[in-house]
Design a protein around this ligand. Sequence first.
Ligand SMILES: Cc1cc2nc3c(=O)[nH]c(=O)nc-3n(C[C@H](O)[C@H](O)[C@H](O)COP(=O)(O)O)c2cc1C
Ligand code: SF4
Length: 440
Amino acid sequence: MPFEPVLSRYFYVKDGHTLEHYMARGQYGGYSAAKKALTEFEPDKLTQYVKESNLRGRGGAGFSTGLKWTFLPKNGKPRYLAVNADESEPGTFKDRQLMAYDPHMLIEGIIIACWAVQSNSAFIFIRGEFAREAVRLQQAIDDCYAAGILGADVLKTGKNFKLDITIIRGAGAYICGEETGLLSAAEGKRAYPKIKPPFPAVEGYFRLPTVINNVETICNLPHLIGRGKEWYMGLGPATGPGPKLYCLSGHVKKPGVYEAPLGTSLRSLIYDYAGGPIGEIKGVIPGGSSMPIFTPDLLDTPMDFDTVRAKGSFLGSAGVIVMNTTTCMVNALLNLARFYHHESCGQCTPCREGLGWLEKLLHRLEFGHAKPDDLNLIKEVSGMVAKRTICLLADSLTMPVDSYMKAYFKEFEFHVREKKCMTGTEPGKFAPVEEPALAR
Ligand SMILES: Cc1cc2nc3c(=O)[nH]c(=O)nc-3n(C[C@H](O)[C@H](O)[C@H](O)COP(=O)(O)O)c2cc1C
Ligand code: SF4
């Protein structure tokens, strides 16, 4: 049977974000899955069910959602659900669509998650720039209180289950997406990540047990519970199934967010969904800018957590960035170095200093001032930064550095030798791209 989108089904549909529209959606809408969760599942059974479905987090690491929920200690302390709506990874633009076009799907997912982990308080930490999304979410939350969906007796089921949802707006720093940085920011402090353990499930928001899940992960829940585990597990590989939002950008004819089952091939995403490449493909980032790059021989890779990993990269946030043969890979890497260095919170010396060094070295390489030994120096600095820091932001640059230099070494050597781009593009500039058609 052909795959029917469920997460993005109501994107761009007039009034799809309203409660009236959500309630009128028939069998699988209108908070019916949350009602089913509350009335047919005891909390522990629900957690077990989600665990068995092999739903894996869509925020980056692909960790089992149900398993994460089991880490909450049963110590009688209040616990929180923090929804990660920071979405700052370059090449990733799916969560903002979910919040703008289907905020009630997210709220329904939050109710299901909070019932499973027995939390009476959830907050959505949303990136500061997402003004429209924050307004829509707040309206949706207000409408839910007015309709008795949230508050003292959730969905009026008489289960004595109280739930409040609040929105916390960030100030626009990438590091707020890292879960412990997010918690610091939510507590009103600088978004400094913390050393783990303790993990947030044990010691999170104001040192209380906290589950952190990505927006898309939570949006999977109404469909998993509403349609059932069997349906869910039939979409993609058993070890990590489900519907997935893939973000396609770069040199493709129709950039946009496309929903397909996990395990859809990279080739199909580029050619069947995004209208094909503009020009000839040189490389593809499969999972957001921090992930190791794929060369064109890997286009037939099924895009699921385990296969992408087995091929040397990560599915991450499924931000697929296509680069054609006009792209200078030194320039592309310099662009990333500039971003990650700028976004470093500065706590760890290898990250604060090392990313700056990498940016400087790549800058002089790109602009024709490299010294003969600079490629070795770049590798050495990258090696001194990797896996030595509090959070993974530093590795978000060292992984691309290592993979770009491995896959396109000739281009890096050319820059040292000839002092210019192998592609003939002007240093520091990207080749002009034909205006892409608007996505669906
Ligand atoms: C530097 C950094 C930035 C991150 N940014 C985000 C983000 O913007 N959104 C997100 O959901 N997860 C982000 N993550 C992953 C989170 O730390 C966390 O693993 C995730 O929100 C957990 O949700 P999930 O289990 O549902 O995937 C980031 C991680 C790192 C190391
Ligand atoms: S790795 Fe970088 S961003 Fe992460 S805590 Fe250390 S300095 Fe901050």
